[in-house]
Design a protein around this ligand. Structure first.
Ligand code: SF4
Length: 261
């Protein structure tokens, strides 16, 4: 069975953007399309906003980031999106997604560098926001690998993402059998080389986690969740040589990406 990867629907040809325009789907590389089962989703359409619809934006109101329509008197969508994001995140976990590909810079789906406007235009907009859906998902389930389509343009990051997705799928297979301390150790033995290749320090930290485990303190399932959360985090830290290789013009958000999707 191929690993399941949820993808912002606008990246796979669904006409769900606020303006009904198509996104250039060539951004999803063939290697990825042929090696995973794609599960499309669109948070804004799924909370009941139609297409076409007013664009959305993130606004800082008294220190809280809100998701609002750019028309309809700045209709506040925050509560609807938070509620939906919690339910949808749980659903995606229930079908054992092994990764998510998000649309970059989107107010709902962006992973980072999303524009946050200041209340009533006072102060400069900041490029430090996270899409509202993505923020909820990554907080609830930090062990699921995520990437945006901008980073997929860089082959080293695509390879890293796919490695993490494959590891996650193996973890789900073990999860279905039920965790025992020995199964977590077996998982580490089978995936250790991959983790060591990405991040030798991370590999050592995981070994310490397993060596220090005392059965009386917490159960094997908690150990397995702690292990995969740490493993995914350590694997996401790419060596500086690869980061340098990836430092291209494309890694800087482009003007088109700064416009609320
Ligand atoms: S980026 Fe916008 S249009 Fe695309 S899936 Fe996310 S909410 Fe929907």
């Amino acid at each position: 069975m191929q690993p399941r990867v949820a993808v912002s629907a606008c990246l796979v040809g669904h006409q769900v953007r606020h303006d009904g325009r198509m996104v250039d789907t060539e951004l999803l590389i063939p290697e990825l399309n042929s090696s995973v089962e794609i599960i499309p989703f669109c948070p804004e359409v799924e909370i009941g906003l139609g297409t076409p619809r007013p664009a959305t934006r993130l606004v800082n109101r008294n220190g809280n980031t809100r998701l609002e329509c750019t028309s309809e008197s700045n209709r506040d969508l925050t509560q609807e999106m938070v509620k939906f994001a919690q339910l949808k995140s749980d659903f995606l976990i229930s079908i054992q997604v092994s990764g998510i590909i998000f649309k970059q810079s989107s107010t709902s789906c962006g992973i980072d560098h999303v524009v946050v406007h200041q209340t009533d235009g006072v102060g400069k907009s900041q490029l430090n926001g996270q899409g509202m859906f993505t923020k909820i998902f990554t907080t609830l389930y930090p062990y699921i690998p995520v990437i945006d389509e901008g980073k997929l343009e860089k082959s080293s990051q695509t390879k890293n993402f796919l490695s993490r997705v494959k590891m996650m799928q193996k973890w789900w297979v073990m999860y279905d059998k039920g965790w025992t301390p020995d199964r977590v150790r077996t998982f580490h033995e089978e995936n250790g080389m991959l983790i060591h290749h990405c991040n030798p320090d991370g590999f050592r930290k995981l070994k310490v986690l397993l060596d220090d485990y005392v059965e009386d303190e917490y159960n094997a399932e908690t150990l397995a969740f702690n292990y995969i959360t740490m493993a995914q985090k350590e694997m996401s830290i790419l060596p500086s040589s690869i980061i340098m290789e990836d430092m291209t013009f494309n890694s800087i958000p482009q003007k088109r990406d700064l416009i609320a999707e």
